[in-house]
Design a protein. Structure first.
Length: 66
C-alpha cells in the first residue's frame, strides 16, 4: 500500500478534469465524450488519469495514494 505520491511521497494532491475526443466520427466532429479525473501531486506534478464514471473524488484520491 502506498503512502503518498508514488514518485516523491508527497501528501497533497489537486484534482482536475479533462475531456477528450474518441476516434472516427467523434474525432472528426470534435465531440468530447471521454471524461477523466486527473489527480496530480502538488510537490512534483506526477499525475494519474482515472475514467470519470460516477466515482467520487474521494475514491479517486484514495486510488492515487494506494
Amino acid at each position: 500500500m502506498r503512502n503518498g505520491c508514488p514518485k516523491c511521497n508527497g501528501k497533497e494532491v489537486t484534482v482536475g478534469e479533462i475531456a477528450t475526443t474518441g476516434t472516427g466520427l467523434s474525432r472528426f466532429f470534435d465531440v468530447q465524450h471521454n471524461e477523466f479525473k486527473v489527480v496530480s501531486c502538488k510537490n512534483c506534478g506526477y499525475s494519474e488519469f482515472y475514467r470519470a464514471n460516477g466515482s467520487t473524488t474521494k475514491n479517486i484520491v484514495d486510488l492515487f495514494f494506494g
